[in-house]
Ligand binder design. Structure first.
Ligand code: ZN
Length: 155
């Protein structure tokens, strides 16, 4: 996937609002970002970025990710594991729930629009503002049930 120009521009603007500049290294992280499919870890992003720009450091990636999350380009997926996963925020505004295989840690995103409705409705009743909400389902994949274990892999 090539970098959508508007997204790059809006990230530049976002950086500007924080008094930061779009450096070549940050652009490298950004490019690597749009090569990701599905969920990725900070380490995967680092490796990809370094494969075409070896000036991208671990520190750049780890400092850039929270900015990407804050600017809503990327969302953070906390599945309660040591590795934090990230995913590009698609154009879809639909609330996503994660279904995670408890053996191979494969993560499936599923649309769960009812969750958003539920969170809003419940909060409104209590006069509160929704800040964050998540739904995670831990499951076993078919492979796991058959062979008592599945191939180790991410997403
Ligand atoms: Zn599995």
């Amino acid at each position: 996937m090539s970098i959508p120009k508007e997204t790059l521009e809006s990230f530049s603007d976002f950086l500007g609002s924080k008094g930061l500049r779009m450096t070549d290294q940050r652009k490298g992280v950004f490019e690597a970002l749009f090569r990701q499919t599905g969920h990725f870890t900070a380490e995967q992003l680092l490796q990809d970025a370094q494969s075409f720009d070896d000036t991208v450091s671990r520190a750049t990636v780890y400092r850039c990710l929270p900015l990407l999350v804050e600017s809503s380009i990327v969302r953070k997926i906390d599945v309660g594991q040591e590795n934090k996963f990230y995913a590009l925020n698609g154009s879809s505004e639909t609330f996503k729930a994660q279904v995670i295989c408890s053996d191979c840690d494969r993560i499936h995103d599923v649309d769960a629009p009812f969750m958003e409705w539920y969170g809003k409705t419940v909060s409104e009743k209590l006069g509160l503002n929704v800040k964050d909400q998540r739904l995670q389902v831990h499951a076993e994949c078919p492979e796991f049930r058959k062979k008592d274990g599945c191939k180790q892999s991410n997403n």
